[in-house]
Design a protein around this ligand. Structure first.
Ligand SMILES: O=c1ccn([C@H]2C[C@H](O)[C@@H](COP(=O)(O)OP(=O)(O)OP(=O)(O)O)O2)c(=O)[nH]1
Ligand SMILES: [Mg+2]
Length: 148
């Protein structure tokens, strides 16, 4: 059993409290409080009816559900959406329908995305004249090859 982080939550209804489907799951599902019809290519900011108080040193990340993505082309525009520890507002999900032909309808109570709680470091960015060398150096964006 890994550490469990206790997170105070205010939920508009008890069934909106995010739940893990299985022991060991990283993502807890977020539910919609709204009815939304997403036309092909359309996006919407969808309420989840919850607000949380993350401990300092943690963040929560709003990410898509793979089933909605694979079957319906539903994703989260800004994935991973970042919920800061100090944020006390309602967590919202920027849902996007990437399907070119089919609309997607969200009903209240539907599981629209998931949230992952993680410890995060706070950085101090220190300007320097030279960065330390590394094996990768400045190579990126496909420098090791793209297709194989
Ligand atoms: O998917 C998301 C992403 C963010 N937020 C909330 C929590 C987060 O702490 C706040 C601000 O997010 P972010 O910093 O990504 O947005 P911004 O456009 O930079 O807004 P701000 O100027 O308020 O920081 O919005 C959500 O509810 N859902
Ligand atoms: Mg910001």
């Amino acid at each position: 059993m890994t550490d469990v982080v206790e997170i105070p939550i205010q939920a508009a209804a008890a069934d909106l409290v995010p739940g893990y489907a299985h022991p060991g799951d990283a993502g807890a599902d977020l539910r919609s409080t709204e009815t939304v019809e997403l036309a092909p290519g359309e996006r919407a900011l969808v309420g989840t009816g919850i607000a949380i108080a993350l401990p300092e040193g943690y963040a929560a990340f709003v990410v898509p559900r793979s089933g909605l993505a694979a079957k319906h082309g539903i994703t989260v525009v800004n994935a991973p959406g970042t919920v800061d520890a100090g944020y006390r507002g309602e967590i919202k999900v920027t849902l996007l329908n990437t399907d070119r032909e089919r609309s997607f309808r969200v009903e209240p109570g539907d599981r629209i995305a998931q949230v992952i709680v993680m410890p995060v470091s706070r950085a101090e960015f220190v300007p320097v004249a030279e960065l330390p060398e590394s094996a990768r150096g400045t190579g990126g964006f496909g420098s090791t090859g793209v297709s194989d």
